[in-house]
Design a protein around this ligand. Structure first.
Ligand code: DOR
Ligand code: ZN
Ligand code: ZN
Length: 444
């Protein structure tokens, strides 16, 4: 037998241990993992030079934009950024133009994306106005729903308990997860409405508005609303100590709740934000040192299931708007997530096993991504080769994302994705993404 591709001379992360071996790939699938001498002949052989091969990352929180927001990011630039960051599957958020919120907007988005993808993409939908549409949206390909509690995006007003409950009941019937942006709309409005603070155009005013309480109240509320349906709740970008505590407590009950944290909430604080200014602006905002400590503890204890980038690109022009309240928040994180987290592995703040669990194994389990997220015979060859010892400096001018700015610019990091394979094809080599290699598939 001659296979398409063999990766030889590798250290492979297998089932919580690292083995010196090689991988044989045929028609996009891993067909054999064995010592190099025992691998079949191959049309192409790539020597990975004893670097580490890990499952390609599954980033469950990405805003790919495109359509009428293509000036911020499009399917090609966003999935190229993913490939550059060792990410082989992304789940795309619905706050698009048009909003992804029904079968027609979802189908339109999928059709638009289908021939532009360097990595695999799954799609979230916002809730439709008519909850009876929920099963059809899932049939049309949605991987789950995203529910913003901070403002109405989609068909349901986040202040309307009854509608939210009905929507949750529908998702529970289909056993499909609902991702939550946990900031309480009413609380945000109260502070926003206070004329003084509104006129005060500083980072402090932003922090005051997007308070810890706004997150805590929203998490409390969604956990209460989920009591009736026991819907699958996934809390996005948890950022507060109290938020983690609430989730930890809920996990001990019969509620089905999981959560994610971003690298920026793990590595930066509100003190950094004051220096960074608009480049560090994100919702929920960067928090205190105590909050950061709790996020790390939560991650170590398994309360936090997933690390996700919340890649939220904007144009620099928008970021530089003179009216502070019109500056969009969001950090482009696809190309910094893995290097930054590998750096934490190198300084022993995080184990490699935990990193891989939080970036591929848990994502695949929670969002039911079949045949991906682990290196196993019979699984798809979505792989990242990383040079764990490579020391380099983050430079956002080299990003494939259109958002060429980052709060991590200038950071010295150790660890770099050097090759990315998507469905068995090499799509990134040594920082160069082969943008003509549209190897990504739509994940349903
Ligand atoms: O900072 C953020 N940016 N938070 C969000 O919830 C949305 C995101 C975006 O789409 O820009
Ligand atoms: Zn969000
Ligand atoms: Zn987001």
């Amino acid at each position: 037998m001659t296979v398409d591709l063999v990766l030889k001379n590798a250290k492979i992360f297998l089932d919580e241990r690292i083995e010196k071996a090689g991988i044989a790939i045929e028609s996009g699938y891993i067909v054999k993992i064995a010592k190099d001498v025992n691998l079949p002949a191959a049309s192409t052989k790539i020597d990975v030079k004893e670097n580490l091969v890990i499952p390609g990352l599954i980033d469950v929180h990405v805003h790919l934009r495109d359509q009428k927001l293509s000036y911020k990011e499009d399917f090609v630039s966003g999935t190229s950024a993913a490939a550059n960051g060792g990410v082989t599957t992304v789940l795309d958020m619905p706050n698009n133009k048009p909003v992804t919120m029904d079968t027609s907007s979802l189908s339109e988005r999928i059709a638009e994306a289908s021939d532009k993808l360097i990595v695999n993409v799954g799609f979230f939908s916002a809730f439709p106005s008519d909850v009876k549409e929920i099963p059809n949206i899932v049939k049309a390909g949605a991987k789950g729903f995203k529910f913003y509690m901070s403002e109405q995006i989609g068909g349901i007003d986040p202040s309307d308990d009854e509608s939210v409950t009905t929507a949750l009941v529908e998702t529970q019937k289909l056993d499909i997860p609902v991702c939550i942006h946990a900031e309480d709309k009413r609380l945000l409005e109260i502070i926003y409405g206070e004329e003084k603070k509104y006129k005060c155009t500083t980072i402090d005013a932003f922090l005051c508005m997007h308070s810890e309480d706004a997150e805590v109240r929203a998490i409390e509320r969604i956990l209460n609303l989920a009591q009736e349906s026991k819907a699958k709740i996934h809390v996005c970008h948890v950022s507060t100590s109290k938020g983690v505590q609430l989730i930890e407590k809920a996990k001990k009950t019969e509620l089905k709740v999981t959560c994610e944290v971003t690298p920026h909430h793990l590595l930066l604080t509100c003190e950094n934000l004051k220096k960074l200014g608009i480049i560090g602006l994100t919702k929920p905002p960067l928090r205190s040192k105590d909050d950061v400590r709790s996020l790390w503890t939560g991650l170590q204890k398994g309360v936090v299931d997933i690390i996700a980038s919340d890649h939220a690109p904007h144009s620099l022009d928008e970021k530089k708007r003179s009216n502070f309240w019109q500056v969009p928040s969001g950090i482009a994180g696809l190309e910094t997530m893995l290097p930054i987290m590998l750096t934490q592995v190198n300084i022993r703040l995080l184990s490699l096993q935990k990193l891989i669990e939080a970036t591929s194994k848990r994502p695949k389990e929670i969002f039911r991504i079949k045949e991906r997220g682990e290196i196993r015979e019979g699984y798809v060859a979505d792989l990242a080769v990383v040079d764990l010892k490579k020391e380099w400096v983050i430079d956002s001018s080299k990003f494939y994302s259109k958002a060429k700015f980052s709060p991590f610019d200038g950071w010295k990091v150790k660890g770099k994705p050097i090759k990315t394979f998507v469905n068995g094809h090499l799509v990134m080599d040594d920082g160069e993404v082969f943008t003509d290699q549209k190897q990504g598939r739509i994940i349903r």
